[in-house]
Design a protein around this ligand. Structure first.
Ligand SMILES: C[S@@+](CC[C@H](N)C(=O)[O-])C[C@H]1O[C@@H](n2cnc3c(N)ncnc32)[C@H](O)[C@@H]1O
Length: 284
């Protein structure tokens, strides 16, 4: 768990890596046991079943590639990638979560897996050489970091020319004045930014398209593309931001069905704001 500058090398040119929604659930069970179908032990849920396959495809991953995963938390995504032969840097601020990741890795590692580099560090000051990284993933993590301008600048700095970042972030087309109203108490602290009352470290920011370009796109010399949404009137409006959210972390197979059946229909026919967007950033 060193925090000195990490030298990274990217072997690449292996076979392409694909992750399906069903594949994420199978991996989740293999990594954390059957009980996660009843009650997840981490943030694995409907959104992750949508995000992990998308991020894997968006990064155009092959066996032997190296991904820097920002704000991994206790997510299984780094392990799913390692099982597919991808090398992963888990870059996470919370040392306890990095220890959890390392213990999980030691318990589940098999010959042929990708390598695993745990790193206690902040995405606002990455101990990585400028231009040294070809692939960055940030799945539902950067919205929790107040100094987002520093994160955007760091992603722009560490990416190599031609490198890609796959990012998912909360979205709004107008100013959001509330969040999870009637379920939890989130207090507005800045335009489109909230903290949960009484919960330290619960900072949560929504982004407009202009904010995304300024903080993560053109503003830091990166080209944003492949913007997609998820969580519109049914998956968010009738489910997630309602009292049904108490079932959010339970019965993961319902989430698989929602991801396979409802999510594609929403993206095809529903033009309301998504709760989250997924997009890539490329360094020219
Ligand atoms: C919602 S969780 C992570 C979700 C995870 N990526 C997944 O796929 O489920 C957000 C994580 O970001 C981490 N975090 C917060 N600030 C950070 C920072 N400045 N640098 C790196 N990680 C940070 C938190 O400790 C937390 O583990």
């Amino acid at each position: 768990m060193a925090s000195t500058t990490l030298e990274l090398s990217d072997a690449t040119s292996g076979r392409p890596v694909r992750l399906s929604p069903t594949g994420t659930v199978i991996y989740e069970v293999a990594l954390n046991g059957w009980r996660i179908l009843r009650e997840t032990v981490n943030d694995f849920s409907l959104w992750r079943i949508i995000e992990y396959p998308w991020a894997t495809a968006a990064l155009e991953l092959r066996r032997g590639d190296l991904v820097v995963d920002l704000g991994s938390g206790t997510s299984s995504f780094p392990h799913m990638l390692a099982k597919e032969g991808v090398d992963v840097v888990v870059l996470e601020l919370d040392a306890e979560r990095v220890r959890w990741q390392l213990a999980k890795r030691r318990a589940t590692a098999r010959p042929g897996d990708g390598r695993f580099f745990p790193l206690v560090a902040s995405a606002t000051h990455m101990p990585l050489r400028s231009g040294s990284v070809r692939r960055v993933a940030a799945v539902s993590s950067l919205e929790h970091i107040p100094d987002d301008a520093a994160v955007g600048a760091e992603i722009g700095r560490v990416l190599a020319s031609g490198g890609i970042a796959a990012v998912t972030l909360p979205f709004t087309s107008t100013e959001r004045t509330g969040f999870f109203e009637g379920i939890r108490k989130f207090v507005r602290v800045e335009r489109n930014a909230f903290v949960q009352e009484g919960k330290a470290g619960s900072f949560f920011r929504f982004y407009t398209a202009a904010d995304l370009e300024r903080i993560y796109g053109r503003g830091v010399g990166l080209v944003m593309s492949e913007l997609r949404g998820f969580g519109r009137s049914i998956l968010n409006g009738r489910y997630h931001e309602t009292r049904l959210t108490r079932y959010w972390r339970r019965f993961v197979l319902k989430d698989l069905l929602l991801a396979l059946l409802v999510h594609p229909l929403e993206e095809r026919f529903d033009r309301s704001d998504p709760l989250y967007v997924m997009f890539t950033l490329r360094k020219p």
